[in-house]
Design a protein around this ligand. Structure first.
Ligand code: C2E
Ligand code: MG
Ligand code: MG
Ligand code: MG
Length: 292
């Protein structure tokens, strides 16, 4: 028993803590309890249309609010969840919570086209995934077209045939699909064209120096053109300043997401941000205004 527990632990440091003081161990049981006892929380990061500045989507990003250890970032517990299989339960929790919130937003005035949820390879590959997702959408009464799923390049490439089958089923339901962190995984272009996806997200590692580094610029430009040649939308992740946004707008990138616009916010934070915002169209303002 002790051995088994030992196998499923991950050591990490809380953000901002010094390594010497902050080292501790997270256990599988802690995470199971977190899922059961409502210690998970979703933050939402808005995505904007670069040409019109209107809000086009929200990405749901999970956090663990640990009673003693404070807010824990996903990279510090998603790997544990994947390793232990808890990702299935955790992933369902995230999907349900995000869909429920999106439903609330739609009822409040339809100011957000879609909510995006990140999927882990293991969660996505599970046989029953499509059916469970369908059940969640019915339970929450959210039409599938308001949900987008983000899958990383490597996770779909690794089991391409199986992934394509599942992606087709999801598309058939009306769920849209995005490839996350594009450019960092290994990609086969011959597979890419067979993936029934709607969007590529350019990884933020290419965006940070896009306006000054020729190689990053070349890569970002190529991804934008690749996406458009395949009739896909393209989103830049991690846009932190106007220079990057301007560069992306100039190159025809469709959408942007990042600290320039907003950090990930609580659902209530999103409402406050949008009420105060300058970023959305009159149409959206009207819809939002009617809920006040
Ligand atoms: P991701 O899906 O690529 O999400 C984007 C990450 O970049 C988020 O980190 C976000 O907070 C961060 N970010 C956004 N804008 C900026 C910016 O302008 N500058 C910088 N430096 N960072 C920015 P976060 O929330 O820590 O999430 C990290 C990763 O954890 C996500 O990467 C995603 O792969 C994973 N993740 C998050 N939530 C879930 C979830 O519910 N399920 C699964 N399976 N994975 C998740
Ligand atoms: Mg992070
Ligand atoms: Mg993502
Ligand atoms: Mg990403």
């Amino acid at each position: 028993k002790a051995k088994e527990t030992h196998r499923n632990k991950i050591e990490f440091y809380v953000e901002g803590m010094s390594a010497a003081l902050g080292s501790f161990v997270l256990l599988e049981n802690d995470l199971r309890a977190a899922i059961e006892h409502d210690q998970l929380k979703l933050l939402y990061q808005p995505q904007f249309d670069l040409q019109t500045n209107s809000l086009v989507g929200m990405e749901a990003l999970v956090r663990w609010q640990h009673p003693d250890r404070g807010m824990i970032a996903p990279e510090n517990f998603i790997p544990l969840a994947e390793e232990t299989g808890l990702i299935v339960e955790l992933g369902d929790w995230v999907l349900r919570a995000a869909c429920r919130q999106q439903k609330r937003w739609l009822e409040a005035g339809n100011y957000c086209q879609s909510v995006s949820v990140n999927l882990s390879p293991r969660q996505f590959r599970g046989d029953a995934f499509v059916q469970r997702l369908a059940d969640i959408l019915i339970e929450v009464e959210l039409p599938a077209r308001y949900l987008e799923l983000e899958i990383t390049e490597s996770s779909v490439m690794e089991h391409a045939a199986e992934s394509i089958h599942m992606m087709n089923e999801l598309n058939g339901m009306g769920v849209s699909l995005a490839i996350d962190d594009f450019g960092t995984g290994y990609s086969s272009l011959s597979y890419l064209k067979r993936f029934p996806i709607q969007k590529l997200k350019i990884d933020r590692s290419f965006i940070s120096d896009v306006a000054t580094d020729q190689n990053d610029a070349a890569i970002a430009k190529s991804i934008i053109n690749l996406a458009h040649n395949m009739a896909l939308n393209v989103v830049a992740e991690g846009v932190e300043n106007e220079l990057q946004a301007e560069w992306l707008r100039d190159k025809g990138c469709d959408m942007a997401q990042g600290y320039l616009y907003s950090r990930p916010l609580s659902a209530q934070g999103v409402d406050e941000y949008l009420m105060a915002g300058e970023f959305f169209s009159q149409e959206n303002l009207g819809a939002l205004g009617s809920t006040a």
